[in-house]
Every structure is written in structure tokens, then in C-alpha cells.
Write a protein that binds this ligand. Structure first.
Ligand SMILES: Cc1ncc(COP(=O)(O)O)c(C=O)c1O
Length: 437
């Protein structure tokens, strides 16, 4: 079965929703053209199941691989662990080593619990906060996964999560009885946060948010959140699942100088191998002694082994500085193309490690599809945003910018001729998270 047929079979007959991570949905890029399945991956290289080679200049596993795919050092550590046996009825000693290492990197934290996924560890952190405070309400900003505690924010109020990282998340199947348990505020919106504190302060178990995502918080914003949360007896949880390690070793809160009561990590913590951690003060994590939080595969060994190898490597290489430098070069190169071609597009100019651009034109969706489609033909998985990794370098940037320049020139030609729609070889991307079949 070729890569497109395999995906259609999965989506239409076997796997409701098509994929298990909505961000990997082919329809979100170029329906019918984007290759859904990979055979091999290495650095920024991916070979699909038809044997086609691509370079990944898009989200590099949705931010899960800051060192690049199949990093040799992490792979060697994981392979050795598998050879020794990665699972037994006794526990993996590496989880103690990893807990110690995380507390060394974050001197404010003393306790650690592990899981394997980002949404999962967010649910655990919220459970611990509820157990410790014996309260149930949560104030939430940004995206934190698929679990009931979070999607409860969308029950009965379709707009609650609109404007967050992924709007329109459907809470169908989440018990209606959870309505009113999660109140949302948007990034840098002090007034919305203050309203939650005024309305629900004495019922609030925790505030959970990313300390930053694409831009820095306003001066004093995080301090304000922390002091207000503490004033009303709530715990502060920082979600470093995606932004953590990318801008600063140990997570953005260390760079921004505000410590939470708990912080959560996943994704690039273990560079493509599943491992997630919640770290916290002894007081904040007290509820974890009694609340039942337990799962078989949280005890497997490859996750902590991969995380230890990833941290060891990241400690010696300044990955944030590299991502910053390459990200700036990406945006500078793209902007040069836009200026030379008078293309209606602009680079984001936010954190360079999430470098990218957007088209500003009534046909923006078609322009985006044309860009993705033509970059695929040139051997690039490309999109408007690049999650820069250690494997993106000044050397491979040159050919990428040459390819984008050629595609943008064709795009400018299509716009001038008015035949862009005829040049598209499939439907434009679906937006949002609606049903596919
Ligand atoms: C900030 C943040 N928290 C939590 C999650 C959920 O992580 P996972 O997809 O591993 O469940 C994500 C995923 O994108 C995220 O960006």
C-alpha cells in the first residue's frame, strides 16, 4: 500500500480521526499530498514509507526532538538499556537518577513524579494540586492536553478555549458535571486572571499556564500571577512541555526568574522517547503521597534513560543559543525573499526557536497550500513555522532558503497571473479539529 492509500485506509476504516496526534494530521498541511507515515528518521531527515526522502523544516515531531531525530547519543543509551532489559518487576534505578538531576537543575524543587506524555503529566500535576489543597477549581491558560480536567473548560461555553493554542477542542464525552471546574484566561491577560481570582479565588486548587510560548510575558506578569495565586491559597504550575529547554536549559521559568510550585516537562526532555516529569516543592506535592496515581508503563526504563542522555548532551551544548541563531537566520532569509518579490507575507519576529511566517492576503490558505505542495516536490516537509533543532544548521539552511526562494518566486508569478487556484493539486488544509469522515 502506498503512503496515501495507507492513510486513507486508516482514516476511513480503521483509526477514527486518522492519527493519534492531531498536529500530525495530513489534512492540516496538504490533504492527499502530505505523506502520513515514516520508515526512517535521522537528524532532520525523514524517509516516508514509499522511500521518498524529506528534510523536516516544520515542527520536528511537534517539538519532541530538540536534538534532532535519532540522536546518536540518546539512541546509544536507549539501545544499551533495551539490550539489558528495559522492563522487569523491579523498578528502573534511572528514575531516581533523573529525579535527582531534575532537582539539581531546579533547586527550588524537591519532589518528582514521572509519566510518559505531556497531557498525562499535566493531568497528574492538576490531580496533585487538587489533592494537596483539597479544592477542585482550576485556572488555566494555554493548551495542556486532551484530559477531562482541561476540556471541562469548554463545557457549555464554546468560547472558553478560543484564542488559546488550539481553539475549538470538542469536549464531547467529558462529563457535563465538570462544568464550571476550569476557568480560562489568555496569555498576558492580567485582567481576565484577576477576574478569576475575584470570582473563584477561595475555591481554586491551582493556576496552570506556560510561563511563555512565543513571546515573553509582560514585565511583572508572572510575579503577579504567583503572588495572587498564593494569596488565595492556590498552587502555581508552569507547563514547560513544549517551550521548556528550547529557550533555556531547565525551562523558561529559570530564564524569567519566577519559580512555580510545580513544573511539568515532556517531549524534548527525552528527545523522541516517551518520558514526562512533574517536579515540585515538597509542600505542593504532598497530595501525591495519598492520591492514587499509578500506571504500569510509567515504570519502564527507556524513558528515564533517554531523558538522562538528553540532559547530559543538552548540558554540554548550548542548544538554546543554537536554535536562536539558526531561527534568526531562517527569518532573515525568508524576509529577504518577501522583500525581493514584494510577496504579501511577514515573518513572526517572535522567539527565533519557533521561526516562521504568515501570508497576509485574501488567498492566504491557497498560498499556504501552494508553498507546502511545491516544497514537498523539492523534498521538504515545510510549513509556516519551524521548530528549530540542533540538527538544523547554517549548512542545511542554505539549500532550504534556496528552495523557499524558488517556490515564493513561482507563487508571486501565480498571484500576478491570477492562476493560483489552478496550480493547486489538492484541497486546502482543514482548519480546526472537526470530524474527517
Ligand atoms: C504546553 C503543552 N502542554 C501539554 C501538551 C500535551 O502534550 P502531549 O501531546 O505529549 O500529551 C502540549 C502539546 O502540544 C503542549 O504544547
Amino acid at each position: 500500500m502506498n503512503v496515501q492509500d495507507r492513510y486513507r485506509h486508516a482514516r476511513d476504516h480503521r483509526i477514527p480521526g486518522g492519527v493519534h496526534l492531531r498536529s500530525k494530521l495530513p489534512e492540516a498541511f496538504a490533504p492527499g499530498q502530505w505523506p502520513a507515515y515514516f520508515q526512517r528518521a535521522n537528524g532532520i531527515n525523514i524517509w516516508d514509507t514509499d522511500g521518498n526522502h524529506f528534510e523536516d523544516w516544520v515542527s520536528t515531531g511537534i517539538g519532541a526532538t530538540l536534538l534532532g531525530y535519532r540522536d546518536p547519543d540518546v539512541t546509544a543509551a536507549v539501545t544499551a538499556c533495551i539490550s539489558d532489559g528495559s522492563f522487569s518487576f523491579l523498578n528502573a534505578p534511572e528514575e531516581v537518577d533523573l529525579a535527582d538531576r531534575l532537582c539539581e537543575i531546579h533547586p527550588w524543587a524537591e519532589n518528582v513524579r514521572f509519566a510518559r506524555g505531556g497531557g498525562e503529566i499535566a493531568a497528574i500535576a492538576v490531580r496533585i494540586a487538587r489533592a494537596t489543597t483539597d479544592r477542585s477549581k482550576v485556572a488555566v491558560s494555554g493548551y495542556h492536553g486532551w484530559h477531562d480536567w482541561y476540556l471541562a473548560a469548554n463545557l457549555g461555553d464554546d468560547d472558553a478555549l478560543r484564542g488559546h493554542l488550539m481553539p475549538n477542542l470538542n469536549p464531547l464525552g467529558v462529563p457535563r458535571e465538570l462544568r464550571g471546574t476550569a476557568a480560562t484566561f489568555t496569555h498576558n491577560n492580567r485582567e481576565a486572571f484577576d477576574n478569576i481570582i475575584a470570582e473563584h479565588g477561595d475555591e481554586l486548587a491551582c493556576v496552570i499556564m506556560e510561563p511563555c510560548r512565543y513571546v515573553d510575558p509582560d514585565p511583572g506578569y508572572l510575579d503577579h500571577i504567583r503572588s495572587e495565586a498564593h494569596r488565595v491559597g492556590a498552587l502555581l504550575i508552569f507547563d514547560e512541555v513544549t517551550a521548556g529547554w528550547r529557550r533555556h536549559f531547565g525551562g523558561s521559568h529559570l530564564r524569567l526568574g519566577v519559580n512555580p510550585d510545580m513544573a511539568i516537562f515532556a517531549k524534548s526532555l527525552s528527545n523522541g522517547h516517551p518520558c514526562a516529569a512533574v517536579i515540585g516543592t515538597r509542600e505542593a506535592m504532598d497530595g501525591a503521597h495519598e492520591s492514587f496515581i499509578s500506571s504500569t508503563y510509567w515504570t519502564e526504563r527507556t524513558g528515564p534513560v533517554a531523558a538522562l542522555a538528553t540532559l547530559k548532551k543538552m548540558e554540554h551544548l548550548d542548544v538554546p543559543a543554537h536554535a536562536d541563531r539558526v531561527g534568526r537566520a531562517i527569518e532573515a532569509g525568508l524576509q529577504k525573499h518577501f522583500d525581493a518579490l514584494s510577496l504579501p507575507a511577514r515573518v513572526f519576529g517572535e522567539y527565533p526557536c519557533f521561526a516562521g511566517f504568515q501570508f497576509e492576503h485574501p488567498q492566504a490558505d491557497e498560498m499556504r497550500l501552494f508553498f507546502i505542495q511545491e516544497m514537498l516536490k523539492r523534498g521538504y516537509l515545510a510549513g509556516p513555522r519551524v521548530y528549530v533543532t540542533l540538527a538544523h544548521t547554517e549548512e542545511n539552511l542554505g539549500p532550504y532558503l534556496d528552495a523557499t526562494g524558488a517556490v515564493f518566486a513561482d507563487l508571486a508569478g501565480a498571484l500576478a497571473k491570477g492562476d493560483l487556484a489552478e496550480r493547486l493539486e489538492g484541497p486546502t488544509a482543514v482548519s480546526g479539529f472537526g470530524r474527517l469522515v
